[in-house]
Design a protein around this ligand. Sequence first.
Ligand code: ATP
Ligand code: MG
Length: 409
Amino acid sequence: MTVSDPLINRVIGGCRVVSLLGAGAMGRVYRAVQESLDREVALKVLPKELASDVEFITRFLREAKAIAQVSNPNIVQVFDAGLDEDAKSYYIMMELVRGRSLDRYIEEGRQFSFGEIYSIMGQCAFGLAAAHRAGIIHRDIKPANVMLGEDLIVKIADFGLAKTAKRKIADPTAGSGKITAEALQKLRAELTDAGAIVGTPAYMSPEQCLGHQADARSDLYSLGATFYYLVGGRPPFSDPDPLRVIYQHLNDAPTPLDYWRSGVPAGIKEIVKTLLAKHPALRYRSCEDLYEDVQLAAAGRAILGIKRYSSQGAAKKPKSMPRLPAAKSDPRLAATPPAEAGRGAPAEVPREISKAILAAIIVVVVLMILSCAGVTLYIVTKAGGKTTGDAAGAGTGKSPPAHVRCAWG
Ligand SMILES: Nc1ncnc2c1ncn2[C@@H]1O[C@H](COP(=O)(O)OP(=O)(O)OP(=O)(O)O)[C@@H](O)[C@H]1O
Ligand SMILES: [Mg+2]
């Protein structure tokens, strides 16, 4: 393919370029031969325009150096990175993966078995854990950056290549949890400005959507979105309007995976749900913890997800959650996406139901406490007038009167 590509047959970074493997937002990837060692490699050549972006290049070289120190079977190994003076382009020379990226497999119609999915999940967690331990945040985990060899060995690519926004995207809630129509308008303008954001927001974490710094837990959210895609064949939120996708990352629950595929094991659903928690504090705290849950779930054992962090088995809800305003403040956001229009909006229904159940439980508990207090008052009033003998019997293993037992059911 692309015989006309000007880089074919040229030597860049000591590698003779053989053929184009693919192209993305950050340049083109070629199959090449490293001449000194006569071995096949993948060579990513960054667009020339980036050479003048000093901040990006500095970080790119620093992170290439850092990731080159990490040796992990699930991370694409980086051999070299630098500037090719003749081509006037920066390049990154890396291990050639004989396989395809996850999105290519899915686009070609491949449906991975749940066993394979557990294996992919475990390998992703294992590879990403090694990077995080070395202090490297990927920032752009998505199916296109997770390669899968023919042998189903996962190789995570493109560490440190994500280009952050040139300008920090303003938090439209300005930390108050509320947003004005003007702020929303400004956000849309920023998102449609080509320089502000790179790529689709389909796999971005809510905090990245708000222009905050990405950390390890942000990578975990993106990994959750990638797993969702792997199981359901589509990202958790997709819409041609990037603002709507961002709105959904911040506010909506994704359509349950059961809707897209039947028989999804509870373990997979719990893992994806934990990874896709809106607030970073409600996700797994590390890839190691995720890895542990994947192993347990794959072995058919029950997992706690986020509840593993609480001795009571219940996750503590953080105080503030990033939220955008109710959909009615922006008619475009209120529109039901076509894919879901004919099928209802399954994700929203359980949330409403659970609120109603919670309210009902609270009412019942309050009524029980009140009736109990009434019964106790009645006994005390009656017994108080008679004798202290009943009170003495209270800790001696005697059964309470029948009507008291009835009060508790
Ligand atoms: N190390 C590699 N070995 C083999 N093929 C690779 C390698 N890295 C990338 N590719 C191929 O090149 C294609 C383009 O990769 P590239 O990273 O440029 O784009 P992308 O991942 O789709 O988007 P982005 O620029 O956002 O990362 C990939 O889809 C993959 O098929
Ligand atoms: Mg890539």
